[in-house]
Each structure stands twice: as C-alpha cells, then as structure tokens.
Ligand binder design. Structure first.
Ligand SMILES: [Zn+2]
Length: 466
C-alpha cells in the first residue's frame, strides 16, 4: 500500500525534528490516510524564531497521534504549540521521556518568553498549553506494541538519553523506523542502541555523519587532565552542558574521578535548576538504566551525588560563585550557550587566562557555543564585547550521538543479514544533520552498502510501500 512520509522539520538541519507518516488508506487514494507525527521540536540556532512561530504545514487536528522519541527540546519544544493550535490526539513516548518533558518544556518556555519580549512577539505558549499537552501524554515501555488507528507502534531503545526511543511503525509485512537521535555508546550508564532488524524504511539522524575521526582519547582521561590543570592554575573549569544526559554523564564521571582520588578534591557547583530537576527525574526510572547500574540504583546508591558537589539554589547564589577564590568546577546550562545562567558565567570566565571553558556537545551553526568552538577571540554576550583569553576545549567523547562509522555500521546491520544476504531495507532517508553531514553519510550508505539513501529537504515528501 502506498503511504507518504513528509519531512517538515529536521530535514537539511539538525534541530526542529518534525516528520509526518501518512499511512495510506486501503480504500482511498493517497492523501486520505491516517496521519502520525513523529517529534515536534524547536528549531535552534540562527534565524530560528521565524520557523518556530510559523504555522504548522498540516492541520494539527487531523493528526491521530504524536510519537515522541526523546525529551530534548529540538524534539519536543513545539508540542504545547501543536496542542494550542488544535491537536487532540494521543502523545506517546516512553515513561522515562514523559518523566523528563515537564521540566524541559517549562524551561524552554521561560527562555522563549524572554526572547519573545525582546523581539516584541507574542509568546509561543504558556503553562496551560504545557498542562494540556501532558494530559494527552501516555508513557509506555520499550517493546510493548501499541495499536494506533490501523498501525502498530513499538518503541526501541536508541541509547541516546534516558528513555530515548526509535519509533517503529508496522502494518502487515511492512515497517518504517524513525530513529530520533542515536546514542554512540559513550554513556557510562545507558544501555546500548538496539538494532531494528528486518525493517523496510529508515528515517535516520546524521548530526555527526561526516565525523570520521575516531575518539583516540579516553574522555575520562581528558576530563581528568582538565580538572588537574584547573586545580594547578587555580582557575575555573566552566562546563556548558545540556541539562538532559550530558550533565548526568559529567556528574557520574566527576564523582568517579573524585571518589577514586584520580583528581584533587575541588568544589563542584551545579548551577542549573533544570539539570537539577532532570537529574532527580533520572533517578526515578532505574529500569531504564543499564542493568548493572539499575541494580546499584535499587540499593539506594545516588550515582550523581558526592561530597564536593554543591547545588546552587538561586540566582543570588549563582552570581556569587565566581567570587570564591581557588580552583573550582562549574557546571551550567544550557548546552548551546543560548541562555541560562551560563551566559553570565561565560562573561566572567572567558577573559580569564587561568580558566577553561569545556564544551561538550553539538553546537548549532550561529550559536555562541559554535563561535567559541570555532576559535573566535572576541564574542558578544548580552550586548557586551568579551575577549576570549581562557582555554576553550571540546571533548567529543561526551557526544550522545553516533559518529560516521557507527552510523554506517548501524545501517549495515539492518541492510545485510548475518548470512551475507541482503535484508528487506529499501531506503534510508538521511535527516537531522547539516547538509554536508547528511550528504556524506547518504553517499557512504549508497557506496558501501548498496542501499538507496537520500537526503530529503525541508518540505519534501517520499512515497513508501507501507
Ligand atoms: Zn537529542
């Protein structure tokens, strides 16, 4: 049967994931099928405001269900707006994702509200819209088939953040998987990404599709060196980290380094109310962790807490952290240096040659984080010109994404049976990457695996046999 995938967001770009699967109706021509949405994320980076405020390319009230792959804001940030504009269907994700979305959406709303005020725009949504979205939301376990208007949905672990899932839709003998973001196995506590064998179509991420340099360094060693260097020089190690996953990975690693005395004991400040809430939420879902860690959690061990850790309670305390003399580690949100308390800290830390700024994830084109990674020596922060005299380091080992070879291997496992015969996979749609990264990965999938691979642009559609 003919069905259609529409690539509305996250096609030709990393953020703003928004895909629509229209499952063709057996009794009608194409265009009259049931519609399922996969993710409804916020576009981040330069020029994103217009995209986020724009009307949806479909009628929200026509959608049967929205499937959410994970709780990052570029996958969930427009959901309350979708509800505000008429969506009434079910929202489905894993239980852990559902446990993370409320603080994530409230935080995003706060940042957008400030942004809207600055630009004289109407706010995108408010608390009531978030509450309305949560009412429609249902958490389900991995591998538990869900019957939705003629198709079967199954969530598979994508190993990217706690609760992250691939959405697998099946009908009769056909299936299509939307990967969301795929974890590269760097997390010390998440289970690895599953392989969705036997599927017909794949809509996959490619954020690091062209990153071919293997991580020749051990990230724990790199972190150890940075902490030792900071302790020797008496500066600040400022870490700008995403609140969901990256901060928990860092807390876990710093805890390990300090408990085993591999690094000197220095104060560690967690200055991100959102990261604090997310960390607490993580601990409520032990079953979503790798089995060995789940066992430790069930005995009551708090894998993110240690004596050197200070949770910064309010803005007043936040403003005073850098006045403390001596070496310290300061973890602050948000990941792309677009907002949050990290901006105020960056203004003080960047000019200080004793200090180090550690960037630990993907930085959208045009974001402050990206300009710093690219080595700019002068940046503007909140209207003020700031000199960059500190060390700026980027540890790729904290990436929560698969990289070039891993992405190819992921497709290889689906495309080729263990016997060496070709499996059912008909096409890979390579999205959620900048054009160069997506194009490079698609080329390699074609060349090395002989699988049809395309890079749909935003607004494109593809007819599939589903
Ligand atoms: Zn993500």
């Amino acid at each position: 049967m003919q069905s259609t995938i529409y690539f509305y967001g996250g096609a030709g770009s990393v953020t703003g994931a928004n895909f629509l699967l229209e499952a063709g109706d057996p009794d009608a021509s194409v265009g009259a099928g049931k519609k399922f949405l996969i993710d409804c994320g916020l576009e981040q980076g330069m020029g994103s405001e217009d995209v986020n405020w724009a009307p949806f390319a479909y009628e929200p009230s026509d959608i049967e269900a929205l499937v959410v792959t994970h709780a990052h804001i570029d996958h969930i940030g427009r959901i309350p707006l979708l509800v505000k504009r008429g969506f009434k269907g079910a929202i489905i994700s894993t239980e852990a994702t559902l446990g993370l979305v409320e603080p994530m959406l409230e935080d995003a709303m706060g940042l957008m509200r400030a942004d809207a005020k600055r630009h004289g725009r109407e706010e995108l949504y408010n608390e009531d819209d978030i509450a309305a979205a949560l009412k429609l939301w249902r958490g389900v376990s991995y591998h538990k088939p869900q019957e939705l208007a003629g198709v079967t949905l199954e969530l598979l672990d994508s190993g990217h953040i706690l609760g992250s899932a691939m959405a697998k839709f099946s009908r009769a003998d056909h299936s299509v998987v939307f990967t969301g973001d795929l974890g590269g196995g760097n997390s010390p506590f998440l289970p690895p990404c599953e392989s969705p064998a036997g599927i017909d179509y794949l809509v996959m991420e490619s954020v690091y599709g062209d990153r071919m340099r293997p991580d020749d360094h051990n990230r724990l060693e790199e972190l150890e060196n940075l902490i030792e260097d900071t302790a020797t020089r008496g500066g600040t190690l400022l870490v700008s980290a995403f609140s969901a996953e990256r901060t928990q990975d860092l807390l876990f690693d710093i805890r390990g380094l300090m408990m085993t005395k591999r690094v000197p004991s220095v104060p560690v400040y967690l200055d991100s109310p959102l990261a604090e809430k997310i960390t607490a939420a993580y601990l409520r879902y032990p079953d979503y962790f790798a089995p060995a860690i789940a066992e430790r959690l069930k005995t009551g061990e708090d894998i993110f807490s240690f004596p050197e850790l200070h949770i910064v309670k309010d803005a007043h305390e936040s403003a005073g952290i850098l006045a403390h003399e001596g070496a310290k580690i300061l973890l602050a949100g948000s990941g792309m240096s677009q907002g949050g308390r990290v901006l105020a800290h960056e203004r003080e830390v960047l000019p200080d040659p004793k200090s180090t700024l550690l960037i630990s994830g993907y930085q959208a084109a045009g974001s402050l984080g990206r300009r710093l990674v690219d080595g700019e020596k002068k940046v503007r922060i909140q209207g003020e010109e700031v000199a960059v005299n500190c060390r700026v380091e980027h540890i790729y080992g904290y990436s929560a994404h698969m990289q070039g070879e891993q992405l190819l291997e992921f497709v290889n496992k689906i495309a080729i049976l263990p016997s060496g015969e070709r499996a059912a996979l008909k096409e890979a749609f390579v999205v959620m990457g900048e054009p160069a990264a997506a194009g490079f990965l698609a080329q390699r999938i074609r060349d090395y695996l002989g699988v049809r691979a395309t890079t749909p642009e935003a607004g494109a559609k593809a007819i599939i046999n589903f």
